[in-house]
Design a protein around this ligand. Sequence first.
Ligand code: ATP
Ligand code: MG
Length: 342
Amino acid sequence: MEEQTKPDPYPGIKIGLTYNLKKENHSGTHDEEAEYDNIETIFALKNAFEKAGYHVELMEADDDLPLRLKNTKVDIVFNIAEGRGGRGREAQVPSLLNMMGIKFAGSDETTLCIALDKALTKRVLSTYKIKTPKFKVVSDIKKMGSFKGFLFPVIVKPNAEGSSKGISDVCIAEDITSLKNLLTDNITSYKQSMLVEEYIDGREFTVGILGNGRDTKVFRPMEIVYLDQNRNYSVYSFNVKQNYKKLIRYDCPAALDQQIEDKMIKTARKIYDTLECKDFSRMDFRLSNDNEIYFIEINPLPGLAPGYSDYPMLADFNGTDYDTLVQSIIYCALKRYNIRKG
Ligand SMILES: Nc1ncnc2c1ncn2[C@@H]1O[C@H](COP(=O)(O)OP(=O)(O)OP(=O)(O)O)[C@@H](O)[C@H]1O
Ligand SMILES: [Mg+2]
C-alpha cells in the first residue's frame, strides 16, 4: 500500500466505537436488520485498534449515546452506526458528533444522507456526467406515471436501503404489468419509495477507496462473478450475499482491459470527490456488454464484517489485511484532523 495511508500507531489515543447491533427480535421483513452489525464485527474492529496501541470505548448508538459521549471523553469516534430509522438515519451519529464537537472517522452527515438516497445521488452525479442507469422513483403506485422511453427489463429496489435489503431474486420486471405488481408488493413491504432502474446486463464490479486528498488510494476493482452462467439475470441479491460461497466467486484484481480499469478507477475517484467522502468508501459499477461503465450506488459507510463484507475483502485481495485496513482508516482520520499524541 502507499506510504501516505500506512497506519502509524498513535498510542494513547482513545477511540469511541459507535455502532448499531442486530437485535434478532424484529417483526417486519426477513431482511429488516440487514444493515446492522454483529458483535463479532465490533470485537474485530476493537481488536485491530488495540493491536495498534489505541484504547477503545464501545458505544452502542442507542438513546443513551449522547450521555455516553458526554461522560466518556474520547479523542475521536470510529463510527459504523447505521442509525435508528428514517431516510437520513446514517447521518444521525455524525450529526450528533458534530453537535457535540467530537471528531470522527468517515464521511459527514451530508455525504451519508445523500448517498443513502440512491436517486438523489444519481441526480447529483449526473450533473457531473457520471453515467448511471435511467431511473424513476415511485412512492405511490397510483402515481407511477408512464414508463415510455424505458428499456425493459428494469430492476426495482428500495430507494434508501443498503446490504441488498429489498433486493430479492425476483426484483426484475420484464413488462409494465409485472412492474406494477412488484411495486405494489415492495412499497407495502418496505414502506418507502422504490427506485425503478433500467437493468444493465453485463459484468459487476465493486471498487474500494481509502484516504483523503492527494493521499487517496483506489483499490483495484473486484468482480462479482455469478457461477451459474445460465441465469437470465445476475443480481447480487440478499439471498446471494447470504449464500455467497455457493453462488458467486470474487475475482480481484478483476480481469479487465487496462483502459476500462483505469476509467473505472478514475470514475470512482471523481464520485468520491464529488460527494466529498472522507477516509473510506465503496461503490458498485456495472459494465454493459458494449463496455460502458455505469455507476450503480455508493456506500460511504461500507460494511466491515471480516470475511463477509466486500470492502475488507477487496482490500485484502489488494494486499491490505483487515487489521491494517482498519488501522489505516483511523490513521487517515487522525491525519485529517491533525491529531497526534503519544
Ligand atoms: N441498474 C442495475 N442493473 C443491473 N443490476 C443492478 C442494477 N441495480 C442494482 N443491481 C444489482 O442489484 C445489486 C444490489 O443493488 P445495490 O447495490 O443498489 O443495492 P444495495 O443494497 O445498496 O447494495 P450494498 O449491499 O452494496 O449496500 C447490485 O449489486 C447488482 O447486482
Ligand atoms: Mg450495492
